[in-house]
Design a protein. Sequence first.
Length: 156
Amino acid sequence: MPMRDTRDSRGAGSTFPATSAELSRLFTAVRRGKVLTVTGRFREPRSRLVREIGQRLSSNFYDGVAVVSMEQRFGVRDLTAALGCVPGMPFLPCGTSNAASWLAERDMLLVLDGCEHLASEALDWLRELLAVAPGLRILAAGPDPLAFAPDQVHRL
């Protein structure tokens, strides 16, 4: 896949894992679909790509973008606790059932970085959440697709 040269905040050069045409297609996929998973062998390019997409699309969602990074196994309580700690996010109510009803009323993008760490009950909770939350979109990064229907997959 072609890589484009970018500069970080220090002016150091780095490569970005998508061309501008690919980014444009991914932006459209996130806005129009419910779930997009970015897969690939290496974590850093996946992570950089989903964070960049989330940052650029934050103004497209009334309630913004919530980025949750996972380095270890994440259950439902871990996921809702992480959402409650997202900077700029309104306080998330305690308890997973309240969190689901609160999220069901949001127009937001949920970025899951490291989705391979999601426990099966967290995956089930997210599937149920998508069914009741019309304004919620999920952008995930992991070595394998989330396998949610309808899930779009972008392979790096």
